[in-house]
Design a protein around this ligand. Structure first.
Ligand SMILES: Cc1cc2nc3c(=O)[nH]c(=O)nc-3n(C[C@H](O)[C@H](O)[C@H](O)COP(=O)(O)OP(=O)(O)OC[C@H]3O[C@@H](n4cnc5c(N)ncnc54)[C@H](O)[C@@H]3O)c2cc1C
Length: 467
């Protein structure tokens, strides 16, 4: 996609931005530009925008897009900045369009079990508001300060996808502003819709490259009546993953089914200062069960215990209190922070058919040995989403820089040969872009580029991402 001849933000254009968005909503101080130049992806150099515009409503977003399209200024939409693949980083400068202050929950509709939200509402705020009305928004992509606009734009997944699905399964309607400033509404407060192309789903996962999301209608559910957590140690990863199909045959599908190895558990113990039960074993499954009654959950728990013991589980640890269960989940949620402390790290969130996780991880370990880079692995065993962290400890900066790209490429190649994909939930941003270009079929890339060109012919919306 062409990124040539973008226009700089001249003083006249700055004045226009202030006229559209209001003076206090256009940030240009060095400190602000720095703050909006990164996301949570580890170890990247910052890319500063020319200005940050804080949008307060869809009219302002539309005005900014009209101006940007007239003058060919790049616009990078941004929510909470918690992304892990550089999606909201303004690679080509221009405007960072922050949606974080469009943060009103417009409606919790108890009758239809739906919420209507602005894009800057955080995941945590929606969960709280839904909970206060006896409802729940069950998708849980890890970071509560992420915005729903960001969750939708990345089709965020998380731990509970195995039972409840990912963000796209909850997005029923969207209001969005196109590159030229036109406002489009698609979908709505209904579950079924076969009325032309599904624009709502096209925008979900589009990483801010097709339109700016300014409102969303999301499906809600009812919270489970009962929950149980099982932490199951195994001698090694192979036996742990082999137990997964049997676990998924039990009477209720677990809300979460996570795998991890000893190395990350020990790092988490050091980081949190809390001992994790059974931590000396080789590999673990963390299983979250949710159901409509205590009996239902206990019955499933017994079935799972029998299943994992058939697969050589060493023990089945059931946290004795709400707090110890919470501590276990909390340790799991901190894995990324734990690993970032190790210095130079990369994050791969590839996805493979879940039955192939052991074979995939076996090959990753071989590749890691051959390339001389340590790789820490954990992930969502129930949905095949494997998080891999190449870590640079013990390597010189030069060895790291020269060995890493070949390792990354080989890992993606392996995943794709197994019928997998480059990103399961974090998106491509610009971090995974080269691998997407290298491995996507030319036909599919052609279709995607045609869609991008139809909606954003001047390539001003989040340029440099995906393609
Ligand atoms: C500790 C930690 C744990 C995490 N765990 C998970 C996890 O389990 N699962 C998971 O999927 N992710 C996880 N993430 C990643 C991150 O939280 C998600 O990618 C999230 O969806 C990003 O939301 P955000 O509001 O921060 O978006 P940003 O980082 O601001 O932006 C992400 C992308 O969305 C686009 N975008 C943002 N808002 C809009 C909008 N209104 N319209 C159009 N485009 C928009 C941006 O241009 C960018 O491409 C984790 C991150 C951290 C730091």
């Amino acid at each position: 996609m062409s990124t040539k001849a973008y226009q700089y933000l001249t003083p006249t254009l700055m004045t226009s931005l202030e006229r559209i968005a209001g003076r206090g909503n256009v940030l240009t101080s060095a400190e602000d530009l720095e703050k909006y130049s990164l996301d949570e992806m580890a170890h990247r150099r910052p890319y500063r925008p020319g200005a940050v515009v804080i949008a307060r409503d869809a009219d302002i977003v539309s005005g900014i897009m009209r101006l940007a399209s007239r003058h060919r200024i790049p616009v990078t939409p941004r929510g909470g900045g918690t992304g892990l693949s550089g999606g909201c980083i303004p690679l080509h400068g221009g405007i960072v369009l922050s949606l974080e202050k469009m943060d009103r929950i417009l409606e919790i509709d108890e009758t239809n079990q739906m919420a209507v939200v602005e894009p800057g509402v955080t995941l945590g705020a929606l969960q709280e508001a839904a909970g206060a009305r006896g409802l729940s928004y069950p998708v849980y992509p890890g970071e509560k300060s992420a915005t729903l606009g960001g969750n939708i734009a990345t089709n965020a997944g998380g731990m509970r996808a195995v039972k409840y699905g990912v963000t796209r399964h909850f997005v029923l309607g969207l209001e969005a502003v196109l590159a030229g400033g036109q406002v489009v509404n698609a979908g709505g407060k209904f579950v079924k819709c076969t009325t032309g192309y599904d624009f709502t789903q096209l925008l979900t996962g589009s990483e801010g490259t097709l339109a700016v999301i300014t409102k969303a209608t999301l499906r809600l559910g009812y919270p489970p009546a009962s929950r149980e957590i099982l932490f199951v140690p195994f001698p090694g990863l192979e036996t742990a993953i082999e137990a997964v199909p049997d676990i998924l045959r039990c009477s209720i599908i677990p809300a979460g089914l996570e795998f991890m190895e000893r190395d990350i558990i020990q790092l988490a113990e050091e980081y949190t200062g809390r001992e994790i039960p059974c931590s000396r074993h080789g590999a673990f499954l963390l299983i979250i069960l949710e159901g409509n009654s205590r009996e239902e959950v206990l019955q499933a728990s017994r079935q799972i215990e029998n299943a994992v013991r058939r697969h050589h589980a060493v023990d089945v640890f059931v946290p004795p209190s709400e707090k110890s269960g919470r501590d276990l989940l909390d340790a799991r949620e901190k894995f990324y922070q734990v690993i970032r402390r190790l210095g130079r790290v990369e994050l791969i969130d590839t996805v493979v058919p879940r039955s192939l996780i052991p074979r995939f991880l076996g090959q990753v370990k071989d590749l890691a040995r051959r390339h001389g880079i340590e790789v820490i692995a954990y992930g969502h065993a129930g949905d095949g989403n494997v998080h891999l962290h190449p870590v640079g400890r013990g390597l010189s900066p030069q060895d790291w820089e020269t060995r890493l790209p070949a390792l990354m490429k080989a890992i993606y190649e392996t995943a794709i040969e197994m019928g997998g994909a480059i990103s399961g939930e974090h998106g491509l941003g610009f971090d995974k872009r080269p691998y997407f270009q290298a491995f996507a079929s030319p036909e599919l890339l052609g279709v995607m580029k045609a869609i991008k060109h139809a909606l954003d012919p001047d390539n001003i919306l989040n340029p440099g991402k995906l393609f």
